[in-house]
Design a protein around this ligand. Structure first.
Ligand SMILES: [Fe+2]
Ligand SMILES: [Fe+2]
Length: 261
């Protein structure tokens, strides 16, 4: 089965590009399932109900989240009902929403699973121990397990890759908004990449207006971030997973630059 995984969607310009381009990308690459990280989709902060439904209507099957999950307060009202959104499973419980979801596609059960790192991020429950706990259920429920590990530190992400090798079909990193070039298949058949990058403004500092970020570094004062304008880059990966044994057969970067917003 062929998957397209789209990196953190940042703001309206990125949403508009997906509106006009995603259908074509899916057709052209014979994609059967689309996963996107949506933690920055609404103005860079969180995911509103309206924007979530919009993204689903463009062809995204499941949305994963991260440290910005709770930025749009309305998510508390709808996340329990929306089975196509997952937030990091290692938030201390009880916590609204779910850490994984299982979608049946052509009789294949696909688990989409979200964890957050905790190096230079919020001190959530241990992602490694949470994985061990969740995996006991997931291995019996799903044919294919795909993990979005939302993390800042490359070492934590690399370690998680080795930790889950042979247990999940694919682990991809999100959060840094910069794609790494280390995609590979680990020895036990798990696809791995440290970060898939973002889908957002190309002339920016990880999606934010560059002048505001520079000003913030210069003054060391809090200045409100705004999503940058202009061309949009789409970053993600295309992955082939064998439906019989759940192993990753191919993992390739997918990158596009759209000059019109
Ligand atoms: Fe992000
Ligand atoms: Fe993040």
């Amino acid at each position: 089965m062929k998957f397209l995984i789209i990196g953190d969607i940042v703001g309206r310009g990125a949403r508009n590009i997906l509106k006009t381009k995603l259908e074509g990308i899916i057709k052209e690459n014979q994609i059967q399932f689309v996963i996107a990280n949506g933690e920055n989709a609404s103005g860079g902060n969180g995911l509103s109900y309206k924007n979530a439904q919009e993204l689903f209507s463009y062809g995204i099957d499941v949305i994963t989240m991260g440290n910005h999950t709770w930025d749009q307060k309305e998510i508390y009202k709808y996340i329990d009902q929306e089975e196509r959104i997952v937030r990091p499973s290692n938030y201390p419980s009880p916590c609204p929403g779910r850490g994984y979801t299982i979608i049946d596609k052509n009789n294949i059960k696909i688990a989409i699973y979200n964890l957050s790192g905790r190096v230079f991020l919020n001190s959530l429950d241990c992602p490694f121990k949470t994985f061990e706990k969740d995996y006991k259920n997931l291995k019996n429920l799903a044919d294919i397990i795909i993990l979005d590990f939302h993390g800042e530190a490359t070492a934590e992400k690399k370690a998680m890759g080795w930790f889950v090798d042979g247990k999940v079909s694919l682990i991809f990193g999100t959060h840094t908004h910069v794609q790494t070039g280390d995609e590979r298949i680990l020895p036990n058949g798990t696809g791995y990449i440290t970060d898939i990058g973002m889908t957002g403004p190309y002339n920016s500092v990880i999606g934010v207006d560059k002048d505001i970020v520079i000003e913030r570094f210069l003054t060391q004062r809090p200045i409100r971030f705004e999503v940058a304008k202009g061309p949009i880059e789409l970053n993600g990966i295309i992955v082939d997973i064998n439906e019989e044994n759940g192993k990753c057969e191919n993992i390739q970067p997918y990158k596009q630059l759209y000059l019109q917003e």
